[in-house]
Design a protein around this ligand. Structure first.
Ligand code: HEC
Length: 215
């Protein structure tokens, strides 16, 4: 325990000011770890389980609502759903769990879904694996001096459904959809994907404090 504390302290001191964690949070996490006799490995494992379960929930909710929107309003109508409703759904999960949650892509439809400096190398690694037919598993990285875990998971073009809005215009993407996309997303880069291709990744930032609370 002493060693761990020392290591965390060194990490804290070596971070930039914007990455510094408040002493209060730091003490709280360490107190909880001590009381519960948790090891770093156990905490990482719990972060992985939690990340898996949140992405599963997000994916299920998005997919159910998307299919419902397509069934009731058609593909063009569902575009509005994605633009207007996907975000509140994600924000609801963020609030519920005390985390941040987003989807990023190297060819985003929404420009806000570009990867940041911490996400980019992970996205590149998933792209490399996909191109070389290697399997990709979810991953956990420590960021912000170890006080936050960055959980990522690849998102593939998993079905023909995706192609209606992310496939080849004129072939998979109907003309009316392509036209609506141009209006809603003038900078859209998220077409011409094929089945099985990497579309992007889930990116969750799980505060260590919240992970420890669950244990
Ligand atoms: C009805 C059209 C439609 C369908 C079907 C659809 N998407 Fe999308 N997708 C969108 C729109 C619109 C956005 C941008 C949402 C926003 O503005 O936040 C988007 C965004 C995304 C993003 C976030 C990254 C980015 O480009 O901004 C991912 C990842 C994604 N879609 C994956 C998928 C996958 C996987 C499927 C199939 C399971 C799928 N989509 C099906 C319309 C669709």
């Amino acid at each position: 325990m002493k060693n761990l504390l020392l290591l965390s302290l060194i990490l804290l001191i070596s971070c930039g000011p914007q990455e510094r964690v408040s002493k209060e949070t730091f003490d709280e996490v360490n107190r909880n770890m001590e009381v519960k006799r948790l090891t770093e490995v156990e905490i990482l494992q719990e972060a992985m389980v939690w990340g898996d379960s949140i992405t599963l929930e997000a994916q299920a909710q998005l997919s159910a609502q998307l299919q419902e929107a397509i069934a009731s309003q058609g593909v063009v109508g569902a575009l509005d759903f994605c633009k207007i409703n996907a975000l509140p759904l994600i924000q609801g999960l963020e609030k519920e769990h005390g985390i941040t949650l987003r989807r990023v892509s190297s060819r985003p439809r929404n420009p806000q879904d570009s990867p940041d400096a911490e996400e980019l190398p992970l996205l590149d690694a998933y792209a490399y694996n996909a191109e070389n037919n290697l399997p990709s598993d979810p991953s956990i990285q420590k960021v912000q001096g170890g006080e936050v875990f960055l959980y990522t998971q690849p998102i593939l073009i998993s079905s023909n459904l995706c192609l209606q809005c992310h496939g080849a215009p004129g072939k998979d993407v109907a003309d009316a959809t392509a036209k609506a996309l141009k209006q809603l997303y003038p900078q859209d880069q998220a077409t011409t994907y094929t089945l099985g291709e990497l579309r992007g990744m889930w990116s969750l930032r799980l505060p260590k404090r919240e992970v420890v609370k669950r244990m």
